[in-house]
Write a protein that binds this ligand. Structure first.
Ligand SMILES: [Cu+2]
Length: 148
C-alpha cells in the first residue's frame, strides 16, 4: 500500500508538471490603462503549488501605475483592497495579514514578478478573487480565481 501511494503521488506530480503544467503556472498581464488581460484564472486542484507571473506591459513607473497580483477570498477582496491602500507605498499591502493568500510585489512598466503558493489548503470551488492593491486599481483590476 505504501509503495502504491508513493507511485500515485509521483504520477500526480508528473501530471501536474507536464499535462497540467499550463494550469499550475500561469501568466497575467497588467497595462497602463488599469487593466489585467484576464477576467478569470483557472487552476487545477491537482496542482500543489501554483506560480503566477505578473507582467506589466505598460510604460509607466511603479510609483504612478504600479501593479501587483493579490489573492484573497471574494469576501476579503474589498476589505483587503482598503487595507492595502491604507498601508501605503511602496507595496500597498497590509503586512502579515492572514486574509492575503498570495501576493506579488508592486512592479512598474516593463517589469515582471511572480509568486508561488500552496493551494492544497484552499477549497476547490471556493470563491476567490485576485486584484491589484495599488490605490483605486482594485475597482477595474480584479478577476475570479477558480480552483477546479
Ligand atoms: Cu494596479
Amino acid at each position: 500500500m505504501r509503495t502504491n501511494s508513493a507511485i500515485f503521488a509521483l504520477a500526480g506530480w508528473m501530471l501536474c508538471g507536464t499535462v497540467w503544467g499550463q494550469e499550475c503556472a500561469q501568466t497575467i498581464e497588467g497595462n497602463d490603462l488599469l487593466q489585467f488581460n484576464l477576467a478569470e484564472m483557472r487552476v487545477s486542484a491537482a496542482c500543489e503549488d501554483v506560480t503566477i507571473t505578473l507582467k506589466h506591459v505598460g510604460m509607466l513607473p511603479g510609483n504612478v501605475m504600479g501593479h501587483n497580483w493579490v489573492l484573497t477570498t471574494t469576501a476579503d477582496y474589498m476589505p483587503v483592497a482598503a487595507a492595502g491602500q491604507a498601508s501605503g507605498p511602496p507595496e500597498y499591502l497590509p503586512i502579515d495579514d492572514p486574509r492575503v493568500i498570495a501576493a506579488t510585489n508592486i512592479i512598474g512598466g516593463g517589469e515582471e514578478t511572480s509568486v508561488t503558493f500552496d493551494i492544497s489548503e484552499l477549497e476547490p470551488g471556493g470563491d476567490f478573487t485576485f486584484f491589484c492593491t495599488f490605490p483605486g486599481h482594485y475597482v477595474l483590476m480584479n478577476g475570479k480565481f477558480i480552483i477546479e
